[in-house]
Design a protein around this ligand. Structure first.
Ligand code: GLN
Length: 214
């Protein structure tokens, strides 16, 4: 990866420390980001798991919604895990929520109900190799609908999608940062390395206060 290529981890709430640790373990330069100014020059961004309502509320307070949406649309590689995946989705079902709305997917929050609201399973993710991925689901969402540009990366045995990719955006319903398996982060870093950053930055300079979620 280019030496100046930093990966930001959105550090408003949730499991951001763990993502920073994994990225550093993989030799990437990782930095916690909270403010629009810090988005400039990032090569990629991770939106962690946590509580999507809180994360989105804080994104709005910190005037991050519009700059993040513009960066995603301009091709900044973004990995959203669990609540982070919810933030990326165009649609949240029942109840609806305002999100970044940059991936053509509809997600259902807390889709596993109370009994098994946390579990770990060996999840086949062909893009990461033959070995199943130890996927940790914590009050996780599922992907209920995905548009034609969305590639499904992983499905539960029932067939329900739990990870997908659209261009440079990845949504995963589980927590890859809570296991020793670094393959999803490596996959993301490879995507960052192969991305063309021209035209990416300059999109966030005018991150004006007062930006509204729409
Ligand atoms: N249930 C949370 C939400 O709806 C997500 C949980 C998580 O990120 N582990 O935002």
């Amino acid at each position: 990866m280019a030496p100046d290529m930093k990966i930001g981890v959105l550090a408003l709430q949730g499991a951001f420390i763990e993502h920073v640790a994994v990225l550093r373990q993989l030799g990437a330069e990782a930095t916690a980001v909270r403010l629009p100014d810090q988005l400039g020059k990032l090569g990629g961004l991770i939106i962690p798991g946590g509580e999507s309502t809180t994360i989105l509320k804080l994104m709005q307070s910190f005037h991050l919604i519009l700059p993040l949406r513009k960066l995603a649309q301009a091709g900044l590689p973004i990995l959203g895990t669990c609540a982070g995946a919810i933030c990326l989705a165009r649609e949240v079902l029942d109840p609806e929520m305002n999100t970044l709305a940059v991936m053509d997917i509809a997600v259902r929050r807390n889709a596993f109900g109370r009994q098994i609201d946390s579990f770990e399973m060996g999840l086949p993710i062909p893009a990461l190799g033959d070995e199943p991925f130890p996927a940790v689901f914590i009050r996780a969402p599922v992907i209920e609908r995905a548009g034609p540009q969305v590639e499904i990366l992983a499905r539960l045995p029932s067939g329900v999608p739990v990870a997908c990719r659209q261009g440079k955006l990845i949504a995963a319903a589980f927590h890859p940062e809570l296991t020793d398996d670094l393959r999803l982060h490596s996959y993301f870093l490879q995507m960052v390395s192969s991305s063309d950053r021209r035209g990416l930055h300059g999109t966030v300079r005018h991150s004006a206060p007062g930006t509204q979620m729409v």
